[in-house]
Design a protein around this ligand. Structure first.
Ligand code: PA5
Length: 452
């Protein structure tokens, strides 16, 4: 069975000249990764165990079964960064694009609202939307640390709203670290249900835990198949050696691109359903690898839309980019011969949007290659629960491998934590007095300002 094909022809020097990768460099890097992986298998990272672990599947199924009897109209999910991007990716990939707009597309499932921002305008809009049916609203709060100010403040707001309707305790579910953090304390005190992350799994590596899987289950997505996809990819990585191994090869390419003066990694899905996957990738690569003054800069484009926005830069701009194309087009949308009297559009008549989409995808690959811009294509036979699970696992492994090649700890995020500390200080949290002094000084007297 072939479900994902990676074409690396156009990243090699043979295709794109001096901007490409020399076969020998690729071989050497693959060799290093093979050695590293052999060591890693003796003590795998906790996220590597997820596909076989099926962590809390029984608990998730039992809770989802309970929820299915509640006639829920709104699913409100609170979480940020790694606690929300995976769910957004899954929903965009596997639910109808107009799920919220029309119940015909919902199969009896609730509307969903993922609040990954505290912008008061959006918060107020969501509150206005769900409040009339607060008695049919399910609140899922996701925070590994259980301490993130954005999520906790949102929870404080929604907790009060939820209390307006009887039986609200049954309609609040928390997903957080095992035993640690404020969400566990709140759950104990208030009697809310809790699902956990297994130990040692950070936010951006948590999509295949209840963080991404439980909301998916609530929407009728087959989480078993998604885990099967991840397990399938894990088996591929164990089984195939260097050049046949998708994770080794992709990691080696992205690393060599970075080292060869191509620090910008653009993920460009030709598939709107995978547009959010590029957001998930952006966080995974940026937060995991942007450390110690180095690290690639991930970017996102969407085909074909951004052919008319970014492609000019990718083709004729500085050769500092590597383009990672994703492709999948399976639905059909015939183009009728609506203007039969116009010879100029005859080439489109009686074709299918799918063919045009495919031609544009291939056209982009060719124009990038002609211009000497290195590009890789990952082609999916379909956007399915299985393939999404496989892609998540693939990119998590690629990130771990790149962390090794770059010599950074892919699993910490000190830069994010520092911002959290300053926020808490500015909001007057006890114990942050020293940081408060620093933030006051920072804010008090800007050296240069222009006011309009
Ligand atoms: O990947 C990460 O670790 C971060 O992006 C976190 O997911 C994000 O900061 C939210 O943290 P938490 O889940 O603890 O609320």
């Amino acid at each position: 069975m072939r479900t994902i094909t990676m074409d690396l022809s156009n990243v090699l020097a043979g295709a794109v000249g001096e901007n490409g990768i020399e076969e020998n460099d690729l071989r050497l890097t693959l060799g290093k990764l093979s050695e590293y992986y052999a060591r890693l298998l003796t003590k795998p990272f906790p996220f590597m165990m997820l596909p076989s672990m099926r962590f809390q599947f029984n608990e998730m199924n039992a809770l989802a079964e309970r929820v299915s009897k509640m006639n829920i109209k709104n699913l409100v999910i609170l979480g940020i960064g790694g606690s929300s991007l995976g769910t957004q990716t899954i929903f965009e990939a596997l639910l109808h694009p107009f799920h919220n707009m029309d119940e015909r597309f919902r199969n009896g499932k609730p509307r969903y609202f993922i609040l990954d921002n505290i912008d008061p305008h959006k918060m107020t809009a969501v509150v206005e939307t769900v409040l009339p049916d607060i008695d049919r609203t399910l609140l899922v709060v996701i925070s590994k640390s259980g301490e993130t100010p954005e999520t906790i403040s949102q929870f404080m707001l929604f907790n009060e709203l939820m209390k307006k309707a009887d039986g609200y305790r049954d309609r609040i579910i928390l997903i957080t670290d095992i035993d640690k953090g404020l969400l566990n304390t709140i759950a104990q005190k208030e009697g809310y249900a809790v699902l956990n992350l297994p130990p040692g799994i950070g936010g951006r590596f948590s999509v295949l835990t209840p963080v991404g899987l439980f909301p998916s289950l609530l929407m009728g997505i087959n989480i078993k198949k998604m885990s099967d996809g991840a397990a399938g990819m894990a088996a591929h990585i164990v089984r195939y050696d260097a050049e046949e191994n998708m994770a080794f090869t992709l990691a080696a390419i992205l690393y060599l691109m970075y080292k060869n003066g191509k620090p910008i990694h653009v993920m460009m899905p030709y598939c709107e359903r995978l547009a959010a996957f590029a957001n998930w990738f952006r966080q995974l690569e940026a937060e995991s690898l942007g450390k110690k003054g180095s690290g690639p800069t991930p970017a996102r484009s969407v085909g074909v839309t951004d052919q008319h926005s970014q492609l000019q830069l990718y083709v004729e701009g500085p050769k500092d980019k590597c383009i990672l194309l994703l492709y999948s087009a399976t639905s059909e949308a015939p183009i009728p011969d609506s203007f039969g009297y116009l010879d100029d559009v005859a080439y489109l008549a009686n074709k299918d949007m799918k063919d045009l989409f495919h031609a544009e995808f291939q056209g982009t690959r060719m124009s990038l290659t002609d211009a000497g811009t290195p590009n890789i294509a990952l082609m999916l036979d379909e956007v399915s629960d299985y393939n999404i699970g496989a892609l998540f696992y693939l990119f998590e492994m690629v990130t771990a491998f790149m962390g090794n090649l770059l010599g950074v700890n892919a699993f910490a995020q000190p830069g994010v934590e520092q911002g959290k500390i300053y926020t808490k200080a500015m909001m007057g949290k006890e114990g942050f007095e020293k940081e408060k002094e620093k933030t006051d000084n920072f804010l008090c007297c800007p050296v240069r300002q222009i006011i309009f």
